[in-house]
Write a protein that binds this ligand. Structure first.
Ligand SMILES: Nc1ncnc2c1ncn2[C@@H]1O[C@H](COP(=O)(O)OP(=O)(O)O)[C@@H](O)[C@H]1O
Ligand SMILES: [Mg+2]
Length: 363
């Protein structure tokens, strides 16, 4: 098992080739004039073989994004604009939001599978684990014999590091970490190309968190799927993600290589979020937390949503909403050219508004 996967090359396909492209996606909850605009023009690309981390405080829209991108958004959630495209290993590009119900049924779980937030607590307490995994397989393979589905359940369980003997266990006989592994096994049943995991480690203790993260990294390497790993705990992503997108109040505010976000966060919110969680390994740092709370999405401030909490706020920030894009530092080339930030301090035109970036954001 790999301890750190930051430098692990993707096992199949070419890295750089997009597999899931979310463009300008907007989502409302509610259908009337007082609907809450939860996602606002969110764009995010997952590349083949990549682990993309999506982090942000609770309520910023991470789950909404995962549901919308997989057409699983429950009412009163409504996609109001944008597009989602999936490109298969065969190179065929599918417009996910325009798929018919039949096409969706055929492709769901084999193109993109999702491990829902809190799913490990939704296993049926009165059925054995094996039956629940086998039922999941049979739902997609109606012609399959029960024995064959059970055998497949056994290999899936072994694949996620649980002895096949445990197929006869009931959920309460498994630890939280094992139940989460069962959920991962079920999501991998149809050999998906993309695995979206929504807070897969949130309810687990730190030791278990580490084990699950290593398990996912290991499986990704062996099976070659791409991952969107959603968490409110950005420090966890440093362990597993190739790239990290930071979300705040329904916007992606920074999108860059994992090491770049970790070593040199450019958005003041990214920097604040990094200082809110203890790193799982590496140097200890002082935890500061973020003063204030996220804005009420029904009454968003006119400018930058983070302005009321930002230590570097200027007049422009209070008036004009910044757009995600390359920063003035992109001119340096190299890794900075691969970073996008939604912050006026980094605007190329304004050169950090007055030409001088705050020291902590300019290193
Ligand atoms: N069914 C719903 N009706 C109205 N608002 C909702 C609903 N579900 C989520 N929201 C709102 O959408 C925002 C984003 O929620 P969510 O996507 O669950 O965030 P996260 O996963 O980042 O914690 C929150 O402010 C939440 O209150
Ligand atoms: Mg969530």
């Amino acid at each position: 098992m790999t301890a750190s996967t930051l430098d692990v090359p993707a096992p199949t396909g070419t890295v750089g080739e997009p597999v899931l492209e979310i463009e300008n996606l907007s989502v409302d909850y509610g259908y009337t004039d007082d609907a809450t605009h939860v996602l606002r023009d969110v764009s995010l690309t997952l590349h083949r073989g990549e682990v993309l981390g999506l982090a942000g405080e609770s309520g910023c829209g991470k789950s909404t994004l995962a549901y919308a991108a997989t057409r699983l958004l429950p009412p009163p959630g409504l996609i109001t604009s944008g597009s989602v495209h999936f490109t298969g290993r065969d190179g065929q590009r599918t417009d996910v939001l325009r798929q018919s119900d039949a096409e969706l049924r055929a492709s769901r779980w084999q193109d993109t599978a999702i491990v829902f937030q809190g799913a490990m607590n939704s296993l049926n307490p009165v059925y054995r684990i094996g039956r629940q995994i086998a039922d999941g397989i049979l739902a997609h393979r109606p012609g399959m014999r029960r024995k064959e589905a059970w055998d497949q359940a056994a290999s899936l369980l072994e694949m996620v590091g649980i002895n096949a003997d445990r197929l006869r266990d009931f959920p309460h006989q498994l630890s939280g970490g094992m139940r989460q592994r069962v959920m991962i096994a079920m999501a991998l049943a149809l050999d998906p190309q993309v695995l979206i995991m929504d807070e897969p480690t949130t309810a687990l203790d730190v030791v278990m968190q580490r084990q699950i993260v290593e398990e996912i990294a290991d499986l990704r390497e062996r099976l070659g799927f791409s991952v969107v790993f959603i968490t409110h705990d950005v420090s966890l992503l440093i362990e597993i993600a190739d790239r990290i997108a930071i979300m705040y109040a329904g916007d992606i505010v920074e999108d860059a290589g994992a090491q770049d976000v970790y070593r040199r966060p450019r958005h003041p919110y990214s920097a604040a979020l990094l200082h809110s969680f203890p790193p799982l390994r590496g140097e200890r740092r002082e935890l500061t937390g973020i003063p204030g709370s996220p804005p009420d999405m029904q009454k968003m401030p006119p400018g930058c949503p983070f302005a009321p909490r930002c230590a570097h706020v200027t007049d422009v920030c209070r008036q004009v909403r910044p757009v995600l894009g390359p920063t003035a530092l992109a001119d340096r080339g190299g890794r900075e050219a691969e970073r996008s930030v939604a912050c006026h301090l980094h605007d190329a035109d304004l050169e950090g508004i007055d030409g001088t970036l705050p020291a902590d954001l300019a290193r």
